[in-house]
Design a protein around this ligand. Sequence first.
Ligand code: AMP
Ligand code: FE
Ligand code: ZN
Ligand code: FE
Length: 282
Amino acid sequence: MRIDLHAHSNASDGTDSPAELVANAVAAGLDVVALTDHDTVAGHPGAAAALAGTGLTLVPGAELSCQVGGISMHLLAYLFDPAEPAFAAERELVRTDRFRRARAIVERCRELGAPISWEQVQRIAGDGSVGRPHIASALVEAGVVASVSDAFTPEWLANEGRADVRKHETDPALAVRLVREAGGVPVFAHPGAVKRGRTVSDQVIADLAAAGLAGLEVDHIDHDEPTRSRLRGLARELGLLVTGSSDYHGSRKTVRLGECTTDPAVYEALVAQATGAKPITA
Ligand code: AMP
Ligand code: FE
Ligand code: ZN
Ligand code: FE
């Protein structure tokens, strides 16, 4: 069983449509893929509709933008009820503020001399939950930087960079509670991804574990081997599950589907905790 529990479609900052993501997951030899777009479930129907005849199992999910003590972090949520109103309202709040913030970032980029426009970013983002990677693609189109990852530097879009503007991000303890109350299972995404900015302390992770966190995403491209072994130890100490996933974003990043994977026993344990939805197999 090859299980990848973190992938993005063009419902957020990935480049594959949900149906293309399903086709690419099959081509990559995956048995299970989770669709975890930023702050939205808009890609779920398209992905589910593309499963027929593939044998692939889809885990509907999302990746929530959170912040604690000024440090941004991401919470993966699996198998929640997408219609549960309190959690749906919080996702909507974040998505709405993404628009205000993206316009402000574009303005900052223009002040800093980058010839990009809001219309261009809207064209790139389409209906997707708009974020910095779309603005990064606009900076690439304009010839300001050579690649999306080159836009995530202090000069431009990195956390606390010259053109970074914060968005509304949920307190992670509240997010854990919202996910659980919607019947879902919360897993801390790439908790040691230092190249993205500051990371939270072990104490914050311990507090989230006490609040209902189910697991840590340990095997991730942004974690080096010492970080993985440290996080594995922390998960053991706190009784948390350990997952591994690609965080695939289509052509916007170089990582491939299935580059990191999750142990089948861990996957079974996650599914067993969920009451909001079930994995979908056509
Ligand atoms: P946003 O959700 O708009 O705050 O943008 C965060 C997204 O930007 C993440 O989900 C990643 O896809 C991307 N990102 C963050 N840091 C980096 C980085 N250092 N290199 C490439 N992409 C990044
Ligand atoms: Fe992303
Ligand atoms: Zn993330
Ligand atoms: Fe992600």
